[in-house]
Structure formats: C-alpha cells, structure tokens
Design a protein around this ligand. Structure first.
Ligand SMILES: *Cc1c(COP(=O)(O)O)cnc(C)c1O
Length: 446
C-alpha cells in the first residue's frame, strides 16, 4: 500500500478473496469463493463460452486508470490522450472516449480506429516516426488536433500536403531531450542515439524552418522518452529541458501554447515493484516542471491505462515431467503474448482456481506450443500444483498483448472480451480456421 491508500497492483493475494476490496485497487481481478473473477464474472464462465486462450479486460479498471491521470492534472488545462497502440479494440477506445479521453495515434489504421469509434478529430493527436503521404492525406481530410512532427523531411512533406488541401496543419516538433529513461533498450526513445524526434540542440533551427512553411502552424512542443519508466527522475529531467526550450522558442517569436509530454509511466508487473510512482506523483512532477508556463498539457499514457486492466486466460494442455524440470504446456503462446520473448518481460501467472491454504505448490517452466525455444513465458516459476485442463491467468497483459499478436504457426488470433460488472461481451471474436485460411488468395496459375 502506498501513502495514497492504494496499491498499483494486487496479486490476487488470498487476503483479497474474502471481500470485494474494489475501492482504490489497481484492478478488478480478484478471487471470490475460490475462483478468479473479472469484476463480477467468474473467468471459467467466459472460458466455457469463448474457449481458451482469450484476453479479458475490466471496464472498471480502464475507467479508474484514465481518471487517475485526469485527476493528476487537475487544475491545469489538459487532455489525456490514450496511446491506443497499447490496446486498440473499438470497445476499449469507446470506453475511454466516453470519459473525455483524446487519442494518440501512430498510423492511418489507428487514426481510422479512433474516428470509427466516434472520437472527435479535435481530440486525436498524430504521432510516429514515419508518417506516409497517404496517412497525411487521410488525417488532413478527416481533421486532427495536431501532428507531432519527428523530422525535417516529414515537416516538408506535411507542408506540401497541407498546402494542396489549402489548410494549415497544427504541429508540434518532437524533441529528443537526450535523457536516459532507464528502461528496457527496446522501449527507450529519448537518447540521442534513438531514431525518435529532433535533437534538442537543433530545436531553434528546426522551429525557425517550421515557421517559414505556410502549410504548418506551430502550436507547441512534443516529447516522449520511452515506455515502462519506473522512476520519475527522467521525466523531470526531460520536462525541465522542455520548459527551458519553451522560454527560448517564445523569445524567438514562436507561439508555444501546448506541451505534449508523451506517455511512458511504468506499471508493476510483479510483487517486487509495487512501489512505483503513481499518476498523482507524475502529475506533481508535471506541475512542478512546466506548470508555470501557462501551456495546455497533453499526456499520452498507454500501458498504465490498460496494462493491469487485462488478463490473458489460458488452459493447461499437458504437464510434462522433464529432467529436473516440470513443463507446464499451456494453450497460449508467444504469438498471443510476445512480451516475454521480445522484452524478457515478467508476467505473474496465477491459477484461476484459488489454491487452498497450505496447498503444496510446484515449480514449472511455463511454455506455449509454438516451435521456438523463445516460446517460454516463465522459467522455474512457483505455482500451484496444476493439471491438464486447469485454467491459468497471465496478469498485466492488457497492454501490448492482443495488439502485438500474430497468427504464427497458423494459430488464429485469440478473442478479446470486455467485462462490465456482471456482464461480458466478446469484443473481437476468434476467427474460424476457414476465415484465417481464406484470407489467402491464389494466383491464376495455381
Ligand atoms: C508508445 C507511445 C506512448 C505510450 O507509451 P506507454 O508506455 O504505453 O504509456 C505515448 N506516446 C508515444 C509517442 C508513443 O510512441
């Protein structure tokens, strides 16, 4: 428990099983009568209807996390733009948009997902390192809050496309502040060696260039230094540099009225990092570092909103006794959840049926059926004694889970389910094998 009276993570500890300790908890996946529930729905009920594996999300957790960010910026003119690349199902977007969320999108596909879910264009921010001509056409036709420009060639092309449409596109320039985010190398984006943004040392020059382009309208500055940050210091360093830059650019005559401060606040994936900074602490850093500038603030959280709002539920296929090792072979695999293979990520794995007090556990390597040694979710994990057919849940799987899935090994994309109190709905069905295969088309000579 933190000082604020809630924890960012609850491990379905048996102490929670007695009560509906929902108030102030990080998520709404708890044991009740010995069975893991998503809000008021027992997971075996969903499994019986949709089959395993599947992703399940809690509406209450999604809403709670969005509100934590919104409240953290209370008193400042602000917009929380959900970075939908973390989980981009229409139902998730609609749930958050209904609370007033904006969206941070990084492709034409994500832009269309936002528009299709009914998000007003003036709440959509377009980010990304390699925006194409056709994506620029799409967002200029449909409307956009602002484009976060990442390079000078992109700026020039955006200008040309804007002039062709006879409009001025609101832009920020993404600044690379050269700050070490102290996170996994694959998700650090704010060091000068990373491909993202424009070096802060060149900012004045690039803003001067942008100001000379008639199709663009400078509205502010953008920064995003990485994902899964577990410490506030890199944010503080980056935002301090952005504050200094704001003064300098204003002196140069630019109208800096909006700061997009990116996403990246980390979530606890295991018991050992339960003391991570909370959105409130993060909001305090923002207020301290840039609050005096009178700018409108945008933030782009993805992982923290949806990460602990989702589980991956899987069945045990076999328990295989190896030499000195037990393998728990489950029906989910790296194609469904690639984070362990790609980022060496840790996910807590819990049995859906709560082990009885005093139950002797067992140690397993938890693996999927895919033909790669990398298809290993966990090594030497202490779990309950499990059997064929038992259900297990991978926690903290809501972000960068379903969206990164593939059909490798011709395993159809797994379904997504959204729970709200005692209701649940399939929000993306599992394709049939025919549907999967019939996406292929044959050339005339075959
Ligand atoms: C990925 C990304 C985010 C979201 O990062 P999280 O760690 O999921 O909060 C926000 N903004 C940009 C530009 C991104 O690329």
């Amino acid at each position: 428990m933190s000082a604020q009276g809630f924890s960012l993570f609850d491990l379905c500890a048996s102490s929670l099983s007695k009560t509906r300790e929902f108030e102030g908890k990080m998520d709404h996946f708890i044991y009740r009568q010995g069975v893991l529930h998503a809000e008021d729905v027992p997971l075996p009920v969903i499994a019986a209807q949709v089959g395993t594996p599947f992703y399940v999300y809690s509406t209450a957790t999604l809403e709670r996390h969005f509100r934590l960010f919104d409240e953290a910026l209370d008193g400042m003119d602000h917009l929380v733009c959900y970075a939908m690349k973390a989980a981009s199902n229409q139902a998730i977007i609609k749930t958050l948009a209904a609370l007033g969320a904006g969206m941070d999108v990084v492709s034409g596909g994500e832009y269309m997902r936002a528009v299709t879910a009914g998000v007003p264009p003036e709440r959509i921010v377009f980010s990304g390192v390699g925006k194409t001509h056709s994506e620029m056409n799409m967002i200029i036709s449909g409307g956009v809050r602002q484009v976060n420009v990442e390079s000078e060639p992109e700026m020039e092309l955006l200008n040309i496309v804007a002039l062709k449409h006879g409009v001025q596109v609101p832009i920020t320039v993404r600044i690379n502040p050269d700050v070490d985010a102290k996170t996994h190398a694959k998700i650090a984006t704010g060091k000068s060696e990373n491909k993202f943004g424009i070096p802060i040392s060149r900012a004045r020059e690039v803003y001067a260039h942008a100001a000379s382009l008639k199709g663009l309208k400078i509205v502010g500055i953008d920064v995003h230094i990485g994902s899964q940050l577990t410490d506030l210091e890199p944010f503080a360093l980056a935002y301090r540099k952005i504050a200094e830059l704001t003064h300098i650019l204003r002196e140069d005559g630019h109208d800096i009225k909006r700061l997009d401060l990116g996403g990246g606040l980390g979530i606890p994936y295991s018991r050992s990092n339960e003391t991570l900074p909370l959105p409130k602490d993060y909001g305090d850093v923002i207020k301290r570092e840039v609050g005096h500038l009178g700018c409108e603030i945008e933030i782009e959280p993805g992982r923290l909103i949806v990460g602990n709002a989702g589980l991956l539920v899987s069945s045990v296929i076999y328990v295989k006794e190896g030499e000195g090792r037990n393998f728990l072979i489950v029906d989910a695999a790296m194609n469904d959840l690639i984070r362990p293979a790609m980022y060496e990520a840790h996910h807590e794995i819990v049995p859906v049926k709560e082990p009885l007090v005093g139950h002797e556990g067992r140690t397993y390597d938890v693996v999927g059926p895919v033909c790669e040694s990398g298809d290993t979710f966990a090594k030497e994990r202490d779990l309950a004694n499990l059997h064929d057919g038992d259900l297990v849940a991978f926690r903290s799987a809501g972000a960068y889970g379903a969206v990164m899935a593939s059909e490798y090994n011709s395993r159809p994309l797994i379904p997504e389910v959204l729970v709200k109190e005692d209701q649940f709905a399939v929000i993306r069905p599992r394709p049939t094998l025919d549907e999967m295969i019939n996406r292929d088309t044959l050339p005339i000579w075959l």
